[in-house]
Structures are given as structure tokens and as C-alpha cells.
Write a protein that binds this ligand. Sequence first.
Ligand SMILES: CC(=O)N[C@@H](CCC[C@H](N)C(=O)O)C(=O)O
Length: 386
Amino acid sequence: MAQLTTENLIDIRRHLHAHPELAMHEFETHQYLLAVIKGVNQQYLEIREVPDLPTALLVYIHGSDPKRTIGYRTDIDALPVTEKTGLPFASKTPGVMHACGHDIHMTVALGVLSWFSEHQPKDNMVFFFQPAEESQNGGKVAYEQGVFAGKWRPDEFYGLHDNPNLPAGAIGCRMGTLFAGTTEVNVDLIGKSGHAAYPQDANDMVVAAAQFINQVQTIVSRSVNPIEGGVITFGKLDAGTIRNVIAGQARIEGTIRGLTQKMIEHIVDRLKQVANGVATSYGATVNIAFNQGGYLPVENNDELTKRFINFAKQDPQTQFIETQPAMTGEDFGYLLSKIPGTMFWLGVEDDSALHAATLNPKESSIPKGVNSIVRFLEFRQGESVL
Ligand SMILES: CC(=O)N[C@@H](CCC[C@H](N)C(=O)O)C(=O)O
């Protein structure tokens, strides 16, 4: 089959959007990606599955005169969000949605891969379709399993994230830190349940959880240097069973963000103090669990990113926008701590934010993104210097 057209890519994106799957459960997505990849020119391609990470997929493109191996990574998982876009190709999986645009990421990656399947690159290329970006750190798991051993180890790694705040198809990037590091946190408060009418005989964890959440708000406002910034968000709170039974237990799940590891550690320390203080004052037991996984700050490599930005600035077919660091996290941060590379934004221009149930990225970003990335990767393999 010939190179994928824009029409093919839009159909692919809509199929992927309609069939989202959660982290480490991307089995249909995997099969669909495999079918699309098997449909392009196989002459230079080598497809690899990973038995210990069954939803991952790697594709090697043999270069004609390789000086290096260039890696390109896309994430493939979706979020537990109930879609409210009303689109004809909205999610068919109840309670699951590509609310972070990974359907766009995968489609752009397929567009780039399909182009190089028809136009053999000079350098070798490795495409990594990575499971579990939103949770369970699929990038780190893959790395630790040795997925990038031998010829599968890129010398440099690139990857993108869509951005609704940028014009469709624009490329955003910056030197240094692009995204924050994150640490997941679970707090369990344990008291004593009882009859709603006899609070004196119980120890109410709804009240303790409310106090904890309120008090946590002072960490960023009072204990964090405002110039450096930090985030603590609790996105899930679970307590009690029915209105007239006092809840003896509360679970609060959240995420901590900072642009440096030092800041994350500082916030973690303060959060422990607040949790222990609230537990003491309410006579409760508290268990706190942190998991950083592989969500290290996304640090762009100086040399590669300078070249990427210089190329994007002067390329007449690329709209380049210099961006600020963002408090979004990405487990590509882990891969970039092992392999130098650059993460960048692809504008998808929408009023809704990432993770919103109404996110509706503009599809015109797909061909524009493919074009800019192909042009950069072609340039990277030439002798030109910027
Ligand atoms: C781009 C994006 O939205 N990424 C996620 C990464 C989540 C990391 C981790 N599971 C956490 O919740 O901290 C994000 O929420 O920024």
C-alpha cells in the first residue's frame, strides 16, 4: 500500500478515538496499530512485539546509510472520562475517552512512519508505541524490561504532546524543562464508623478528610516559592457508604507536581507533615503512599533541542511558538533521563482543556504535524547545520 493520505489519517484518528482503552489494556488499539502498520510498505520495516508488555509495539526502519538511530515515541492509552463531545465518532467504550489526545499522537506517528516507509531514511529509525502514559508508567516499564537493548536503543528520542492552547498544527517547544515531574499520592484516613445519630461514639473520616484537603491548600500558597511553583491536586475522594452511617474510612487520591525533583520532595515532606498532623488532631490512623513511577520532569537535551527549535523557527512550513514550562506530567521524562531527546507540543486548538470530557482537537493539526515532523527528521539526517 502507498503512503497514508490525509483522508486515511483522519479515518484512523476517528477509529482510534471511538475505541479508547485504559493503561495496560490497549489490546484492540495494539491490534489496530499493527494492522495499519502491516498495510504500509514493508521493504525497510521490522515490526517487534514485546511479550512482557503485550500492548506495546516497536517498528524499526532500516536506514540507507545510517549514522545514528532516531527514536520517535507515541503514547497509546486513554483516560477514565465519560466523553461529552457529541461527536459522531465519540467513544464507544463507556467511561473511557481519549481526553488527552493520544489518538492524535498515534495518528501523527503513523503518518510519519508511513512517510518513511516509502522514503527510506538515511538513519535508522525506531518507532515506539507506548502503553500506559496516564498511569502505570509504561515508558519506564519498557526501559527496565530492556526493550531498548541493542539496535533498538535510539541515539536520540523525540515525542510530542497535543496542546489545545496552540493554533492547530503549530509546534511549541522550549530549551530545558518542558513538563513537570509528578508523584502520585494516596492518603488513607482510618477512624471509626457508627450511627449518624451518635457522633460521640464514632470517629468521622469525612470531617477529617475535609480538614486534610483544606489544610493541604496552604502548602503551595505558604510553603512553596511562588517563583518556582508547584501543584497538589486531589482528583478522587472516596468515603462512606450511605448518608446515615458515619464514615470510618476515607481515601484521597492525588498528584503532586514540581518543575524539579527538589520541589517535589519538598512538597512530599510538607504533605506528610499535614497528613500526620490532621490524623493526630482527629485521633485517626493515616497511611500515605507515594509513587513517582517514571514521571520525572521532562528535560529537553540542550544540543538536540537547540537544533530542533532552530529548524522549526526557520522552516517556512512550520509555525513555531516558544512555550513556557507546563505542570502536565509525562513519563517520557523517564526515557529522556536515559536517552537524550526533545519533547514538543503540537497545537490542536480547542476551547476545552486536556482531560476535559469535551476535548475536541482540530484534525487539521494531523497533516500539519506530520509534515513538520517529517521535515525536521529529514533535515536531521542531512548534513545541514543550523
Ligand atoms: C500529559 C498528561 O496529562 N499527563 C498526565 C500524566 C500523569 C502522571 C501521573 N499518573 C500522575 O497522575 O501524577 C498528567 O496528569 O499530567
